[in-house]
Design a protein around this ligand. Structure first.
Ligand SMILES: [Zn+2]
Length: 347
């Protein structure tokens, strides 16, 4: 690993404890799982249109088969350690998948409305505080904030009413989602980022939460974002860390391994990718709060065996109530959680 990048790995600020149940109520989970299963079947039926790609972070072509899930193959780049789906749905197949996804419709109609208040307070408010803290730490003006892939608009709405930025703009191409943003009082550009040409968007800050792991060509996406930022403008990304605890432990059992997450970068490889797209990386952190709980729950529900290792068994099972949360804080502070953040400035 390149030391220049590793040196930018920062300890995550210890945050309030979070539980998975707060974000997706149990009674809605079955409906979501059924919708997702039908999406996966449709994707499997399009396998003839899958394509083989080089590493999405470093563009090298040397990789090792690592795991399979839902019959899809994931490989690890021998150079940078990125875990990625390969072969993967072509750009057209991906666009069709998101266009008619039952899972997304289910989220929009059921899960988001039922959990929006919890998400706003437990997830999006800390995100906003983190973005504002980056601006202050690195002297970036809190002028125009651009959220790319704004989805339901919860974050953008919160940012809008917070008054932390002069103007908040959301980019959201899915019509129903763009409408949801408008209903929340958010100014929306209902286009794909590639298609934003006419409007003059000169953003001080661009954020993309949980977006880059879904993209066929993340490098192309980052170059587009770079184009919409002022020189010295701040880029903030969040995405899974493919080398984080729950993914490393659970492998294909991890919820982070799904057909939508075609790129599972790590702190090193994400920084490499971002630096290659005209940015200077400021810091990478892994402030995740759920890894240990995911593993604990998988064991409890019989989806994953009780660890043979007595140490892990003690932490994750026998003394879970005492050690689970401090262990999670340790993971978060040392770049070992599966939830990752990166901050960079446009060169
Ligand atoms: Zn690579």
């Amino acid at each position: 690993m390149a030391t220049t990048v590793d040196n930018k790995l920062t300890g995550a600020a210890v945050q309030e404890k979070l539980s998975e149940k707060e974000l997706c109520p149990d009674e809605l989970l079955a409906g979501q799982e059924a919708a997702f299963a039908r999406d996966i079947e449709r994707l499997q039926a399009r396998r003839a249109a899958f394509v083989t790609v080089p590493c999405p972070a470093c563009a090298r072509g040397d990789f090792l088969p690592t795991l399979k899930k839902f019959t899809f193959q994931y490989v690890t780049c021998k150079n940078c350690g990125t875990l990625f789906m390969n072969p993967r749905p072509s750009m057209e197949v991906m666009a069709a998948y998101y266009g008619d996804s039952e899972n997304y419709r289910y989220w929009a109609e059921h899960i988001f409305p039922a959990s929006e208040a919890a998400r706003r307070e437990k997830v999006h408010r800390p995100w906003l505080e983190k973005v504002v803290a980056y601006c202050r730490r690195y002297g970036v003006p809190q002028g125009v904030l651009l959220e790319v892939g704004a989805g339901f608009g919860t974050f953008a709405a919160l940012a809008t009413v917070s008054g932390n930025f002069d103007r908040v703009l959301a980019v959201e191409p899915t019509p129903q989602m763009a409408q949801a943003c408008r209903e929340r009082g958010v100014e929306v550009i209902a286009k794909r980022i590639e298609d934003i040409t006419g409007e003059v968007v000169e953003a001080d800050v661009a954020v993309a939460f949980e977006v880059v792991e879904h993209l066929f060509a993340p490098q192309h996406f980052l170059l587009q974002v770079q184009r919409l930022l002022k020189p010295g403008g701040l880029l903030v990304l969040s995405c899974p860390n493919g080398q984080g605890f729950d993914i490393a432990m659970l492998g294909s059992v991890s919820l982070a391994i799904d057909p939508e997450h075609v790129n599972l970068f790590n702190p090193h490889s994400l920084a490499l990718l971002v630096e290659g797209c005209g940015f200077k990386v400021l810091e990478v952190s892994t402030p995740g709060r759920l890894d240990a709980e995911f593993v604990h729950t998988a064991i409890k529900e019989g989806k994953f065996p009780v660890p043979r290792d007595p140490f892990l068994k003690r932490v994750l099972v026998e003394e879970w109530d005492r050690l689970g949360w401090p262990f999670q804080q340790f993971l978060a502070a040392h770049g070992l959680s599966s939830h990752m953040w990166l901050a960079a400035v446009r060169r």
